[in-house]
Design a protein around this ligand. Structure first.
Ligand code: ZN
Length: 161
């Protein structure tokens, strides 16, 4: 069975950045299962897997525009510390959920603490990165009617609800 829209695909993968550092890998975990054609994975990887079969290996380098986007300098801003009421120790690396410009939830990361000001970065941690995927297609199956309706995979490794 081929990888195409509305099929459930399971993949083993290793993701490295442009310096060859491993950022993420399914190594030691069950393969990642996702519903193809529903924006469940980044566009560049979805495109590279289109038409592949079980057992196929895919190596692809994905530019930021096809990955997590370019870094947006407007998403880096300085905010007063009092915005983090109830948090005792504001530290670099902490992540909070905030509202993005379009009202959608967005994760922001604290990048600097300077006196009463805190620098927050709303970019995805992998924004601006070229992503190198080394992928093996472990399986392709039909999606259930329920999975198609929800737009995501159910069962082990998928949504539970
Ligand atoms: Zn569901």
């Amino acid at each position: 069975m081929q990888v195409e829209k509305d099929k459930v695909v399971s993949i083993d993968y290793t993701l490295t950045d442009s310096q060859g550092q491993v950022i993420d890998s399914s190594n030691g975990r069950p393969p990642l299962e996702y519903l193809h054609g529903k924006n469940n994975i980044i566009p560049g990887l979805e495109r590279a897997l289109e038409g592949k079969n079980e057992g196929d290996a895919v190596k692809v380098s994905i530019a930021p525009g096809e990955g997590y986007g370019e870094r947006d300098a407007n998403l880096v801003q300085s905010v007063p510390k009092e915005m983090f009421k109830g948090v005792d120790n504001i530290e670099v690396g902490m992540q909070f959920q905030a509202k993005g410009p379009n009202g959608a939830p967005r994760i922001v990361t604290i990048t600097k603490v300077e006196g009463e000001n805190v620098m927050v970065d709303g970019n995805h941690p992998l924004a601006g990165e070229t992503l190198n995927f080394d992928v093996k297609v472990m399986g392709v199956r039909e999606a259930s009617a329920e999975e198609l309706q929800h737009g995501h995979v159910h069962g082990p490794g998928g949504h539970h609800h």
